[in-house]
Design a protein around this ligand. Structure first.
Ligand code: BV8
Length: 241
């Protein structure tokens, strides 16, 4: 009897010693965190150019900070879902496991994932634009121009905006994990944002078996070995069964 696609994917993961995972906003959708480009996507209400760029922040830091405070407040009420928890469990099964996330919501860390690369940063971390101080700041009562606790300079969210380069060390670690894995799982990303989306091709070209989990096809779909259509919160637990 032919294994179903989900059974085939589960077998591949069970046999793999080296696993890399790339996640996007879709893995947090079932936790109640709006995605970026879906029907109720975050961006639908705003233009990315208006908010997630250094130019926007320079032009109107209060507008950008109000948007981030709205997201922080929303995300503070969201919990990891079965997809986040399945990846935490998968980490303990694989010999070498790296979770690469584009998400800035912190839900993978909350779910207990350890070997985690947050390639676009984390919105619970703030960075001083004057002295560079970097620290966790979970207050939901920040002023629209929050001041650095060290020097009083203007803080910004410690996230990577469009037109900003990713942290070279983090990107290098992500690239090495993708190039060195036997199986890559790509979950809940529209695969339009580079360089993160390109990590699936890095894995494929290095010989990995690539499995995609999404509600719909993406630019990665024609290149992956298995495309599992459905909700991450329903599919991922089945991949560990
Ligand atoms: C860079 C942090 C070098 C902030 C984010 C012109 C000028 C400048 C740059 C560019 C340019 N043209 C292209 C670029 C490169 C640009 C880019 O890729 N642009 C795209 C839009 C074309 N990239 C950059 O700028 C990057 N830096 O290249 O540096 C450089 C330097 C100078 C000049 C040029 C280049 C930096 C990119 C990082 C941007 N920061 N976030 C914040 O979040 O506040 S990106 C943002 O999009 C999030 O991080 C998000 O994760 C990411 C990707 O989106 P997805 O995660 O995929 O989410 P999305 O909503 O799109 O999709 C959700 C998916 O889930 C869907 O497929 C849906 O079907 C699925 N889904 C939904 N529900 C479920 C589900 N799947 C399963 N189960 C479900 N339940």
């Amino acid at each position: 009897m032919q294994p179903t696609p989900i059974q085939a994917a589960a077998q591949r993961l069970a046999q793999a010693q080296k696993v890399a995972v790339l996640t996007g906003a879709g893995i947090s959708a079932e936790s109640g965190v709006p995605t970026f480009r879906g029907a109720d996507g975050l961006w639908e209400q705003y233009r990315p150019e208006d908010l997630a760029t250094p130019q926007a922040f320079a032009r109107d830091p209060e507008l950008v900070w109000r948007w981030y405070q709205w997201r922080r407040e929303l995300i503070s009420r969201c919990a990891p879902n079965p997809a986040h928890r399945a990846l935490k469990d998968l980490e303990y099964r694989a010999e070498a496991f790296t979770l690469i996330t584009q998400n800035v919501d912190g839900l993978h860390r909350l779910a207990g994932s350890r070997n985690l690369l947050e390639v676009h940063g984390n919105l619970w971390m703030v960075r001083c634009t004057a002295c560079g101080a970097l620290y966790e700041e979970r207050s939901l009562e920040l002023s629209p121009r929050p001041a650095c606790r060290e020097c009083g300079g203007l803080l910004r969210p410690h996230v990577v905006w469009f037109g900003e380069s990713l942290d070279g060390r983090i990107l290098d670690a992500a690239w090495r994990a993708a190039a060195g894995c036997q199986v890559m799982l790509v979950v809940g990303t529209s695969a339009v944002v580079q360089p993160a989306a390109g990590l699936a091709s890095v894995a494929k070209q290095a010989g990995a078996f690539v499995i995609e989990v999404n509600l719909e096809p993406t630019p990665n779909s024609r290149e992956v070995d298995l495309s599992l259509m459905g909700k991450a919160g329903e599919i991922l637990p089945q991949l560990l069964a």
